[in-house]
Design a protein around this ligand. Structure first.
Ligand SMILES: NC(=O)c1ccc[n+]([C@@H]2O[C@H](COP(=O)([O-])OP(=O)(O)OC[C@H]3O[C@@H](n4cnc5c(N)ncnc54)[C@H](O)[C@@H]3O)[C@@H](O)[C@H]2O)c1
Ligand SMILES: O=C(O)[C@H](O)CO
Length: 332
């Protein structure tokens, strides 16, 4: 009997075919109010799930007694209760590394776009308002040779640090649980406490995972410690920031601007005050959204799922089981 798989995000046809050759697949193009009941019914009898951006709680997963693996097409896994999955013996696989450079590009795009007012001024040109050479009211601020403060220096943080230091001659300071000697040697990055980062950075950039510890880490007190010149960048998860405090800091001039790819609520509600602020560049969570990288993520997630359902070690597992994986070639 073939194992049953639920794909809850649309997969490229060639990758879906790799699954349908091996498994009985129920495919969903995202989960919404119209298909939620059918999705829950499919999950209840599945051995494997693959997809992204759907919160998986116990109410959904408790009935899925045969579930062996969830393969998320993302590096972040804050939509899962990892302890619950581990207790149930359900593997959680994810897609680190393949999206690192693309997401670092997006973070850098936000840094440049916000500092140089790219979106606002491009809109001015499109609206036909470029009638004379622009003056100080439309000038931006420099990025090169400024100080970048990275909160988190993991894979993406290091890729941003490389761009900043080697490409733009920026001085890099970082806040991290652990020292990262490679980044210190390669990019002159200096590890500091949060207070020093807030006080010294021209650009404060969050590249952390969302966890119980990081939720709302950047609060009103943090914004109060930043400088009026600070540009705040968030390319990781919206809930790491107290969004009301961010809006207040932008409105009051406590900080200069913000470049945001992620928000407390996504999609960002159309009436969000953030959208009224000219000093905000807001993107629709596109950190990894290029054709090449989204394909690579989906391919890695398919590989992870196939390996997991064969009892082998997926390339990236969040919660490796206590029992060993099968050896290469052995199918359980
Ligand atoms: N905007 C997007 O589309 C997009 C794309 C990819 C990743 N992300 C987000 O970016 C996050 C980071 O990705 P990554 O691949 O760099 O992860 P990573 O695990 O390599 O790096 C995260 C770093 O944060 C550090 N960290 C964790 N908790 C901390 C804490 N409380 N205090 C200080 N440091 C702490 C870790 O030690 C690690 O070095 C992901 O978890 C995801 O949520 C967003
Ligand atoms: O965590 C991730 O991988 C991103 O947010 C989605 O691309």
């Amino acid at each position: 009997m073939k194992k049953r798989v639920v794909a809850y995000k649309k997969l490229p046809p060639a990758l879906l075919a790799r699954l349908t050759e091996r498994f009985e697949v129920s495919a969903f193009d995202g989960v919404n109010d119209a298909n939620r009941a059918a999705f829950a019914e499919a999950v209840a009898s599945a051995h494997g799930l693959i997809g992204a951006s759907v919160r998986m709680d116990a109410a959904l997963l408790d009935p899925a007694r045969e579930l062996e693996i969830i393969s998320t097409i993302s590096v972040g896994y804050d939509t899962f209760d990892v302890d619950y999955l581990t207790r149930r013996g359900i593997l959680l696989a994810h897609t680190p590394d393949v999206l690192t450079e693309t997401t670092a590009d997006t973070v850098f795009a936000l840094i440049l776009a916000t500092a140089r007012r790219v979106v606002e001024l491009a809109e001015l040109v499109k609206a036909g308002h470029w009638q004379r050479s622009i003056g100080p009211a439309h000038f931006g601020v420099d990025v090169h040779h400024k100080t970048l403060g990275l909160i988190g220096l993991g894979r993406i943080g290091q890729a941003v640090a490389r761009r900043a230091n080697l490409g733009f001659g920026m001085n890099v300071v970082y806040y991290s649980r652990h020292a990262v000697p490679e980044a210190e040697a390669a990019y002159g990055a200096r590890r500091v406490e949060l207070d020093e980062l807030y006080a010294s950075a021209d650009f404060v950039c969050v590249v952390l995972p969302l966890t119980a510890e990081t939720e709302q880490l950047i609060d009103a007190d943090a914004f109060a410690r930043m400088r009026p010149e600070t540009i705040f960048i968030n390319g990781s998860r919206g809930r790491i920031v107290d969004e009301a405090a961010l809006i207040q800091a932008l409105k009051s001039g406590a900080i200069h601007g913000a470049g945001l790819d992620v928000f407390e609520r996504e999609p960002l509600p159309a009436d969000s005050p953030l959208l009224q602020l000219p000093n905000v560049v807001a993107l629709p969570h596109i950190g990894s959204a290029t054709h090449e990288t989204r394909f690579a993520m989906a391919e890695m997630a398919v590989d992870n799922l196939i390996a997991g359902l064969n009892g082998q070690r997926p390339r990236a597992v969040v919660n490796p089981p206590s029992r060993p994986f099968a050896i290469e070639g052995e199918v359980r």
